[in-house]
Design a protein around this ligand. Structure first.
Ligand SMILES: [Zn+2]
Ligand SMILES: [Zn+2]
Length: 394
């Protein structure tokens, strides 16, 4: 296998734009690629930038109903009463939406193809990770579920065990739904508790279809306010164990960065330092369990200036094997660019927020709010993997 790392990018990916005040603003991707470029992350010797082509109907119908594709195609010309979740505040209709969503999906399939063929060890598509889209409906800013389509394409290549890991602050409901009955795909989602956050699913007791795929879904639902240390403690107490036990042939991660403390839509409290540590943990896990076959997608993240660009620049740098020192200074040219665009947030000066990323490992004796969440998930899921919910070594 080549040790190169594919970064999927084309400025045309910025065409996925839901309007001026919509939180899912493409400037977050533009600023990320510009920050990564200004820090030399994209010019590393192992990094290969590739432009995607749009996913065709054959690919999209691996996951989506043909009638839904037609609705998305027709919507801009005939927006009234189109249904399928389209034309709401969350999922506004916009000119070119079919092509923009198909291009993002094509990007995630390209990432999967690069890793499957061995042309790349890891592949990153920060425009992807639109994990809420359903078979026949747009949902949560997501039109086509690029993550599910990429996984379905991998299944068509003959994979028997694919692990999908979702770090977004929202439950990865669309991907879970797409494969809830399929024992070949393990979906693991770590998110803010559905008691306090949309979409209101992702309880630990959602563990896969009882008839066909029990144990194929793992959900870790964290209390509001969970910080870097708590998040990393919870991740470490659940995720490596189930993924090791599942023994995937390939790992797909949704790296939504809206668990950040300044995110306007959610209530967890990670810093970019905790997010950087999470990407390191995922990268290590990919090398440990599936020979480094790792596809990293973006996702949510609505801190357009202070969170997304730093978090995903760290992600790309980590995948490229040259992680950035947290104290790295951000070039003045990037900060000037932010100000020129009239964005309200103060551009950050460095790649760190000084977050404390140390944590103690979970044990069954201590109990705080995060530990209760850990215990509930271990109790619901661990027996399906032959793991002991009470044994901290599992
Ligand atoms: Zn999200
Ligand atoms: Zn690596």
């Amino acid at each position: 296998m080549s040790d190169s790392v594919t970064v999927v990018w084309d400025d045309a990916l910025l065409g996925y734009t839901m309007g001026g005040d919509h939180p899912m603003h493409p400037v977050r991707l533009d600023l990320t690629m510009r920050l990564a470029d200004s820090l030399g992350v994209l010019s590393g010797s192992r990094v290969q930038l590739l432009r995607p082509t749009p996913a065709d109907v054959q690919l999209l119908t691996l996951v989506h109903d043909p009638a839904y594709l037609d609705a998305v195609r027709r919507a801009p010309a005939d927006p009234s009463g189109v249904g399928h979740g389209l034309g709401t505040d969350d999922n506004p209709i916009f000119e070119g939406m079919y092509d923009a969503a198909a291009l993002i999906t094509g990007g995630s399939v390209l990432a999967a193809q690069q890793v499957h063929s061995g042309a790349a060890q890891h592949a990153v598509n920060i425009a992807g990770g639109l994990h809420h889209a359903m078979r026949d409906a747009a949902s949560g800013f997501c039109i086509f579920n690029d993550a599910a389509v990429a996984i379905a394409w991998l299944l068509a290549q003959g994979y028997q065990r694919i692990a999908y890991l979702d770090l977004d602050v929202h439950h990865g409901d669309g991907v879970q739904a797409a494969f809830y009955r399929d024992p070949r795909v393990l979906t693991v989602s770590i998110h803010q508790t559905p008691l306090t956050l949309w979409p209101g699913t992702g309880f630990p007791e959602e563990t896969g279809d009882p008839d066909t795929a029990l144990g194929s879904a793992v959900n870790l639902a964290l209390p509001n306010g969970t910080d870097d240390s708590g998040w990393l403690r919870a991740f470490t107490a659940v995720v490596p164990s189930v993924i090791r036990a599942f023994s995937p042939q390939i790992l797909v991660t949704q790296c939504g960065c809206d668990a950040h403390h300044e995110d306007p839509l959610a209530d967890l409290a990670l810093t970019v330092d905790g997010q950087r540590a999470s990407y390191r943990a995922v990268h290590d896990l990919a090398h440990e369990v599936c020979d480094g076959r790792w596809i990293a997608l973006g996702g949510g993240g609505y801190g357009l200036v202070r969170c997304v660009p730093r978090a995903w620049t760290h992600l790309i740098a980590e995948a490229a094997g040259r992680p950035l020192d947290p104290d790295t200074e951000i070039p003045q040219s990037w900060r000037d660019d932010v100000r020129r665009r009239g964005l309200r947030a103060e551009p950050p000066a460095t790649m760190t927020e000084g977050g404390y990323v140390g944590f103690s490992r979970w044990d069954p004796l201590t109990e705080n709010r995060v530990d209760r969440a850990i215990r509930r998930t271990r109790t619901a899921s661990f027996p399906y993997f032959g793991l002991d919910p009470d044994d901290p070594r599992d």
